[in-house]
Each structure stands twice: as C-alpha cells, then as structure tokens.
Design a protein around this ligand. Structure first.
Ligand code: ADP
Ligand code: MG
Ligand code: MG
Length: 885
C-alpha cells in the first residue's frame, strides 16, 4: 500500500518534495516540539494520483484521509461535525516551492448549522461563533464552489446599510444569523448546489479544490514565470484551528526574525488583537508593530521571541513566521525562509557568519548576484512616497535628477555648463551617443528593453527608461506632454530606471556604495574565487569606478569611444575623407596626442593592473553623418546656396558616405580588416599606447598593457597586425629610450577564429572571447534585428530557452569558446584567456567561464561586484559537485 497521508509528527523538514514546503516545515516544527496545532498532510504524490485517476480521489487516499482524521480527533479530543465539541480545521495548499496566490486557504472548516450552536456554547460567545460561520461560508464558497466573494460583500454591505451600521464590529449575533441565511441563498443561486452542511463533504470538496488549483491559470502562469516544473504537484495540509478572534487576549500576526529590508537583527512584524489570519493582510484594521506585543502580552512575546531565535538557529536563516495567540496561548502556524532585499541579504549573511551559524561559503551562496544591481546605482530614498507622472519600461536601473533636454547636442551643451540633464527622445541612434554620455539618464517614448538607448545606458551604468508611450514628445517645441501636464526644456524631472517611473521635480536620493558588510562579503568572495574579474572601461572615470568596485584590470578598452568625442569627430572625419596617405597621416597625427592622453589617464587610474586595449573596431561610416540626413541637407543647399563651400563639403561627405556604404556592416569592413587596409590607423593607435606607457613609466608607475586586435578570422591577419604593433613599439622605444613590456593578443569573435585557435595562438599572447559578436556570428543573427523582430517570439515559443545575448548559449557558442581555449592552450599552455562580452556580468555565463577554465571575465564596472560574487559561487558549486561525484 502506498502511503499518501502523513501526520505532522511523522514527517520532517527535509521532505519538501513529498509534503510541500508548508507541510514539511509544519512537521519539522512539530518534531522539535514547537506549539503547532496538530494536523496531517496529504502528499504531492496524492495530487499526482488524483490527476492520474482522471481528477478523482482514489479510494485508497480517501481511506487514509479518514484514518488520519480519526487520529487528529483523538489527539484533540474533538470530533468533526460533533455539535457538543466540534473539531474545526483549516485546509491549506502547500507546493514544494511557495506559490503565493495559487489557492486561498479555507479556515473554520467543519462549521454548519449544528456545530455553530456548539461553538457558541463552548466559547460562551455567540457572536464569535456566527461570525466565524459566515466567514467560513464566504471563504468556502469562493475557494471551493467558485462563487465570487463580491456577491457576499455586496450583500453584507446592504445588510449593514439597512441596519444603519458603518462597520462589521457593530454587527451582533442576531445580525450574523440573518447574514448567514442570505449567504446560503447566494450559494444556491450562484453555485449549482446548496451549501454542504456535512463536514466530511466539506473536507473532501476542499481537498479536491486544492488539487484542482494546481492547474488553474494563475498557478500555471506563476510556474512558468519561476520555472517551476508542472509535475511536482501540490500537497494539502489539514490542521486543527486555533482562534485569534476569541477576544482581547487573542490575536494573530506575522513576523520576520530580522528586518527583511535592512537586515537589522531585530524582530520585525505586525499583529492584530482579536483577529483571524486573513485579517492581517486584508488591511481592514491597521496592525500593530510587533514591539508593542511586549507590553500587551509580555509572556507571549517572550515565548514568541525565543521561538523565533530557535527557528532561525534551526533553519540557519532568517525566517518569516505566522503565529496566532488563542486566549493567551501561542501557536506557530508557518515558518519559511524570508524574502529580503539585496542589502538585507548581505547583512544577514555576514552576520550569520559572525554569529557562527553558517560558514563563509554558505554566506556567499546566500546572496543572489542578480539582486546586487539594486545596490550599485543611485536610487530614490525608500522613505519617499511615490506619485509618478508616467511609467515606461525599466530599461537600466538607477535614479537620476536633471533638466529635460530633447537633443543630444543640447545635452552636451548643458553638461559642459555643469548642469545635470535628462535626455528625452522618441528613440536614440548611435548619433546620440554623446548626448547619452553627457546626460544623467535617458528616456525614450519608443523602443524596448534592448533598444539602442537601453543597451548603451546599461553599458555605462546610467539610468534609462524606454518605451514610455504616454509621453507625447514635441521635438520642435522642446516640450513633452503627459495628459494635461506639459514639461518644457529646462524643467527638472526625476526618473527611476529600476521601476520605469518619471516624476516631476526633484526627489530625495541615496548614493550607491559598497556597505561595510558588502565589502566583507566580497573580500570573502575574492578569497574563494579562481576566476579573475576585470572591467570594460573606455575612460579614466570608468577605470576608477572599476578599481573602486574591485576590478583586477580592464578586460576591454574600446578605442572608438575616444573617437566619438565632439571635439575629435571632425578630425576623425578628416582622416576618413583623406584621399591620400599623406592627408590621412596629417589627420592621424592630430589624433595621436589625444589618444595618448586618454591612455595615460587610464593607465594611471588602473594603478599597475593589466589593461587590454582594443584597436579600432567599428566600420568607418559609423563616424560619418547619416546618409539620408546628409542628402536632405545637400538638396536644401543646392536650392538655397548653390555656390557655397558648405555645399561642396557636404557633397564630398555624401560621396564618401555612399562609398563607405555597406550591405551588411556587421560582416563588413571593420575590425582588423580596417587595420589591414589602413595600417596607418593601427600604427597611430599603437604609438599612442606606447608613448603613454613611456610617459607613465617615467613617472615611476607600473603599466601592464595588452594590445588586442579585433575580429581576426585567419592567423595571417593577426600575424601582420602583430608585426605592425611590434614595429611601432620598437620605434617608440628608440625614440623615448624607455623600455617596456606588453602583450599582443586577439579577440575570438568569429567561429573560424575559435576553430583555428591552435594556429592563431602561435601569434597571440592572449585570447579574449568577444561573446557578443561571437553569438551574432555563430547564430548568424544581427543582434538589433533579432531582438527587435523575432527573438522574443523564439523565447516565448521555446525555440530558444533564453536570449543568447543575455545568457551565453553554452551548447553552441559555448562549444566554440571551449574549443578555442583547448586548441589555443594546446599550442600555448600558458595562453591567457578571458571573455569581454556582456555575458561577463551574468551569473550562469560566469559559471560556464569558470567551468571551461578561463582566466578572467570582464564586464561593466557596475557589474564587477556581481561578477566577483558569481565567480566565488561558481568555485564553491564546482567543489560541491566534485564532492558528490
Ligand atoms: P498562505 O500560504 O496564503 O499564507 P496559509 O495557509 O498560510 O495561506 O493561511 C492563511 C492564513 O490563515 C494565515 O494567516 C494562517 O496563519 C491562517 N491559518 C491557517 N491555518 C490556520 C489554523 N489552523 N488556525 C488558525 N489560523 C490558521
Ligand atoms: Mg501563510
Ligand atoms: Mg566585436
């Protein structure tokens, strides 16, 4: 015979799969002697048996339920349905993973026209008995018979009005009796049956309703969202009732053993006197903070706080506990690991180690790296009451205050005058990049979470809201509207990129910082992790941030961003427009000192940590104006000012833009292919780097430069570019008389490079896997087109398990990374390897990087703390796995 039903004293906390989370913990608390109202749990297996039998309860299970009921009756001395001493129970669903809102609990089951009389007599409180009865009818009908609560509430409202009452406490026993009659009429009308008076029928109908609720729409959606498998099933807990609504020496409440928002080690919770469980959440009366219980019921409080300590020690984590006091006696009804903010998670983990309750390794596993984002951006003060003007997509977290501007150039202009601005655009394009850089934050009325503005802002750690469609932007009039509210250029707004909210005016903020506990936790992470963590940083400011957040170097410094600066773009264009080598050399010689200065700044900021600098990567047309816009300007000038120099210039520019036009820029003339065609560009960059090294070394500082050639597909490309760099290095050494060391390596970002990594390694001191491009080239997707057009639907329909640009596709792209590492190391056992795509800041990809034995990951400075923690978790998890095997 299969066992489907377990008394609370038969199970324990490790049986979550079988008894569900709630059931296992009720059993565990019973086992360690806590005051838990007795009961039994119908297992998740029973749920599956119910479905296997075509949604009927097998007699075997029915039998076991009845036997357990008898045991419960013996233990409590009460009998279900016995008017002289009725047993009342709650029916509570409880899946393996807590699924709030899947099925509502039924309380007071066992009440009927007869037992209510017994209850009234036993408690000497008629009003209490009838109030409980009418609550039961409403709950049961709602949850089990599917009669909407609305009908009951509407009717109750009518009765109250008729009697001239303003609230429920004014209702007396007689009034409740009348309501109960009316309630039963409602049931008859809206359910296709009368209200069941037989308590056993009530019980079995409730059990079936819980099993049915496993597959209701809410539950299915919730499971999908949280990736909970559907085959697990739910358990049902039948528990004898205790009453918090027996009078003023009774009550009910919920408490966390520590503050779930700050982590402070102090009981945190609330309770209501003379109330039943659901009243606390219903918000009819305002609950009292838990501390006042100390005065109201000192003994109960003492006992409760001791129980909380015990539970926390027992589960070795902060608990979320439900309790009820019946006539001065404390009962514990539920405990579970409490949900908490990132800050609380860190504080609690660190303090639990200091209290010798958990180990450092356990503490490291307790904090979810994804949560840390909350802490690394400026944010709105938690105590502020929010009234947003509009809401869009929370595209990049953090909050910002600034004056509204509608144009990237304006953003830059204002920023130069040290004014903080927020760039508001219908959408952004690469042309707006300087505006995004200058602004505190960006808001767009179109575009999604992966639109240009969003991707760029996240990369820079700046707040961003996208797709805020209620914003009606008038670019010409320099204003936007939301309904009747008009916001003009220069008006101050505050935005919260973590929620997508936009506010008028300035709102109080708090600065991000690594709290003391956070730094302690990260120091532990550093002790454990095998994987290095570097940052992607293109300028000294980002480099400093990276060092502050604990980066061990720069894994990707993109030199093209240095070309985008407003003062440099004309020189860059001059270089591109140059028709002869000599003309190009002139432009390049102007750029050289500028780049050199950038590198000096970065080297100094990095204080001797390695810096990987990538030579120019994007196609040249990215530095030129948009073709269509240019065409409009040229056409205008042809009409208004046909003889002007400006027209000539613009026509020349347009010719060049047309000449550089590519059918598929992603696969076009970019990366080292540029260096092959215009070696002078790479030579200039290499020299700028070397001069910077010489300069910084002369100041007595250490520099560890790593020069990276992008987009290599064939070893011959790297061979030539490497020689070019070496020659430049020799010349600078001669010129300056300074000796220096450096590495030359390559990005592995096209499949051919990964597949021929053994050959490429001959010419490389290091590999950096550019997993953004490697994902594009492996799938053959252009990211912008894919994310904008079909990727979402692919993920929804499970063609792909996840967005491969967010989480590394381990089976495909990962296979290439793995092959690249193995082939490369076969040639050069000490080859340094890392990744520098956005994946470097995502926890499952970091685990993968650890597993394939990369030396480091590199990510945005703001993700460095996350990566340090995730890298430590990867080490711990791998070690745990090895122990098991
Ligand atoms: P949820 O999972 O939605 O919290 P629960 O099953 O925990 O649902 O129950 C809802 C409320 O009813 C809680 O406040 C709980 O403490 C209370 N409750 C459940 N069972 C009993 C019982 N046997 N006696 C008294 N109160 C109960
Ligand atoms: Mg609960
Ligand atoms: Mg690339």
């Amino acid at each position: 015979m299969n066992k489907f039903v377990y008394m609370f004293d038969e199970g324990n906390g490790s049986q979550k799969e079988l008894l569900g989370g709630k059931g296992a913990n009720l059993a565990e608390m019973t086992r360690i002697g806590l005051p838990v109202p007795f009961g039994f749990t119908i297992s998740t297996n029973a749920c599956n048996a119910y479905y296997d039998a075509g949604k009927t309860l097998p007699t075997e299970i029915e039998q076991q339920v009845l036997e357990s009921l008898t045991k419960l009756e013996e233990k409590t001395g009460k009998t279900l349905g016995n008017p002289a001493n009725p047993l009342l129970v709650s029916v509570r669903s409880g899946a393996v993973h807590s699924m709030p809102g899947m099925m509502d609990t039924v309380l007071n089951l066992g009440m009927n026209d007869e037992t209510v009389v017994g209850m009234a007599k036993l408690t000497n409180n008629e009003r209490f008995a009838y109030d409980s009865y009418r609550r039961f009818i409403q709950m049961f009908s709602d949850v089990v018979l599917k009669v909407d609560s609305f009908y009951f509430e509407q009717y109750l409202e009518e009765v109250r009005e008729e009697k001239g009452y303003s609230s429920d406490p004014e209702m007396n026993a007689g009034d409740w009796k009348e309501v109960i009659k009316g309630y039963k009429e409602i049931v008859k009308k809206h359910a296709d049956r009368t209200f069941p008076e037989d308590p056993k029928e009530q019980l079995f109908l409730s059990i079936r309703a819980v099993f049915d609720s496993w597959n209701n729409q809410r539950a299915i959606v919730y499971r999908k969202l949280h990736k909970i498998p559907g085959h697990l099933g739910t358990a049902v807990n039948i528990q004898s009732m205790v009453f918090g609504n027996m009078g003023n020496d009774s009550g009910t409440g919920v408490a966390f053993t520590r503050n779930p928002s700050t982590g402070e080690n102090k009981l945190y919770g609330e309770y209501l006197i003379n109330a039943q469980g659901e009243d606390v959440v219903a918000g009819i009366r305002t609950p009292q903070p838990i501390v006042t219980l100390q005065n109201e019921m000192p003994e109960v409080y003492e006992q409760f706080s001791r129980t909380c300590n015990l539970l926390e020690k027992h589960y070795q984590d902060m608990q979320d506990i439900e309790f009820t006091v019946e006539s001065g006696k404390l009962f514990i009804l539920q405990t579970r690991t409490g949900k908490r903010t990132a800050q609380a998670a860190i504080t609690i983990a660190v303090e639990l180690v200091n209290e010798n309750i958990i180990t450092k390794e356990e503490a490291l596993l307790r904090v979810d790296p994804d949560q840390l984002n909350q802490l690394l951006h400026r944010r709105i003060d938690d105590s502020y009451t929010r009234t947003p003007l509009a809401k869009g997509l929370p595209a990049s977290p953090g909050a910002a205050i600034g004056k509204v501007v509608f144009d990237a150039d304006d953003a830059e202009k204002f920023a130069k005058e040290e004014q903080k601005v927020i760039l508001v655009r219908p959408e952004t394009t690469p042309d707006d990049i300087h505006g995004i850089v200058a602004a505190e934050a960006t808001v767009t009325s179109r575009g999604g979470m992966t639109s240009h503005a969003a991707v760029v802002a996240r990369g820079m750690g700046k707040a961003c809201i996208c797709g805020c469609e209620s914003l009606k932007i008038d670019l010409a009039g320099k204003q936007f509207r939301v309904g009747d509210t008009v916001v003009n250029e220069g008006d101050i707004i505050t935005i919260d990129g973590s929620t997508g909210e936009i506010f008028i005016g300035e709102i109080p903020m708090i600065e991000p910082e690594l709290s003391e506990e956070f730094q302690i936790l990260l120091a532990w992470a550093d002790e454990v992790r095998k994987l290095g963590v570097r940052a992607n940083a293109d300028n000294p400011t980002d480099a400093k941030k990276a060092v502050e957040f604990g980066a061990g170097g720069i894994g990707l410094c993109r030199t093209e961003h240095m070309f985008m600066d407003a003062t440099r773009i004309p020189i860059v264009q001059e270089m591109i427009l140059a028709e002869t080598y000599e003309d190009r050399e002139i432009a390049l010689s102007k750029l050289l000192p500028m780049q050199q200065e950038d590198f000096e700044g970065i080297f100094e900021a990095m204080q001797g940590h390695p810096v990987t600098i990538r030579l120019l990567d994007p196609p040249l047309h990215e530095f030129l104006p948009d073709k269509d816009e240019l065409l409009v300007e040229v056409t205008k000038l042809q009409i208004t000012d046909p003889d002007s120099d400006e027209l000539q210039e613009k026509e020349q520019l347009l010719r060049k833009v047309r000449q550089l036009h590519e059918f598929n820029p992603m696969l076009g003339h970019r990366g080292c292919r540029l260096g092959m065609s215009y070696p002078e560009i790479y030579v200039m960059q290499a020299k700028a780097i070397f001069y910077a090294i010489a300069k910084v070394k002369e100041k007595g500082m250490t520099v560890k430069p790593e020069i990276m050639i992008p987009l290599v597909g064939h070893v011959n490309e790297l061979k030539q570019m490497r020689q070019l760099v070496i020659n430049a290095g020799e010349r600078v050494k001669e010129e300056t008389g300074v000796e220096f060391d450096y590495l030359i390596g390559t990005m592995i970002e096209v499949p051919r490079a990964a597949l021929t990594a053994d050959q490429i390694a001959e010419e490389a001191d290091f590999f950096s896997f550019g997993t953004n491009d490697l994902t594009q080239t492996t799938f053959g997707y252009s990211r912008d087109d894919a994310e904008g057009k079909f990727l979402q639907s692919y993920i929804e329909h499970k063609v792909l398990p996840e967005n491969p640009f967010a989480s590394l596709d381990q089976q495909g792209v990962g296979k290439l990374v793995k092959a690249g590492v193995q082939l490369g190391r076969a040639t050069k056992p000490n080859l340094k390897t890392g990744i520098c795509g956005e994946h470097g800041g995502e926890k499952s990809s970091i685990q993968f990087c650890h597993d394939v034995g990369l030396d480091y990951v590199s990510c945005s400075p703001y993700r460095v703390p996350l990566a340090r923690l995730a890298a430590a978790q990867a080490t711990i998890k791998s070690e745990q796995k090895q122990l098991v095997n």
